[in-house]
Design a protein around this ligand. Structure first.
Ligand SMILES: [Zn+2]
Length: 257
């Protein structure tokens, strides 16, 4: 009898586990409605449309093979110890605040503003961010051919719909997203809100690959423009492990071009 009860409990746990996995799959970007805006060679602009489910913003990741492969490649290349410390270095927010005054380089000041805990919050990469990054690094490996993308996360609160406007190419810099801006302007006038702008950071081999979780001078300037033009609420930068989230009230506190 006891055995039977144990078996039933184990089976229910397995079934519950499966249900969870399915729930995630149903909101995966691979299965989302995808609407093409422009394609030119490797350059592409489109949006995905998804139901605004709670799981999008949570930290249990779904099937993100390319991201897992990227993490494995880094671990192999760096060795466990350097791998762990490179991730940790970009996740801390407890550096001495006095370091900021001593720094003269604008990009490094921005990094210190985040890593001293003065601005922004560093947390784990969430489900939606990992799906977006995984799409791009499946096209071009973040390890051997790193690229940056634009991901504009818009929300229609009334209808409970999320759209991720995405732009990328095969180059280190993302292409200028003029077609996305045209679309955003229309959607925002119809009541959509620009909740977030996500992009990825990576480093070269000499800096142990793991991307800097802070805006560059150019990023900070871009965020100010996005706030002015589209009332961007939050800037998000991910390195595939963690993400820094910056509220729009703090955009002007960063050094910018
Ligand atoms: Zn950047």
């Amino acid at each position: 009898m006891n055995k039977l009860i144990t078996t039933i409990i184990i089976l229910s746990l397995i079934l519950l586990g499966c249900k969870d996995a399915k729930h995630h799959e149903s909101n995966s970007i691979e299965k989302a409605k995808k609407v093409l805006l422009k394609k030119d060679g490797y350059e592409e602009f489109f949006y995905w449309e998804l139901a605004d489910e709670k799981s999008l913003w949570e930290f249990e990741l779904g099937d993100v093979k390319a991201l897992n492969q990227y993490q494995d490649s880094l671990k192999l290349e760096l060795g466990n110890k350097i791998y762990e410390s490179a991730i940790k270095k970009e996740s801390i927010q407890n550096l001495e605040k006095s370091l900021i005054e001593k720094e003269e380089n604008g990009d490094r000041i921005n990094a210190l503003l985040v890593h001293t805990g003065s601005i922004g919050k560093i947390r784990k990469i969430n489900y939606l961010e990992s799906q977006i990054l995984n799409y791009q690094i499946k096209r071009f490996s973040m390890f051997s051919q790193p690229t940056e993308f634009h991901g504009f996360i818009a929300k229609n609160e009334e209808e409970g719909i999320i759209r991720v406007y995405f732009g990328s190419s095969n180059t280190e810099w993302p292409p200028k997203p003029a077609v996305i801006f045209e679309k955003l302007e229309i959607e925002i006038s119809r009541g959509w809100k620009l909740k977030g702008h996500l992009h990825n950071h990576y480093c070269k081999k000499d800096k142990n690959y793991v991307g800097i979780l802070a805006p560059s001078l150019a990023d900070a300037q871009y965020y100010k423009m996005l706030k002015e033009r589209f009332n961007l609420e939050e800037a998000l930068i991910t390195n595939g492990f963690n993400t820094v989230a910056i509220e729009n009230k703090d955009f002007t506190k960063f050094e910018s071009h």
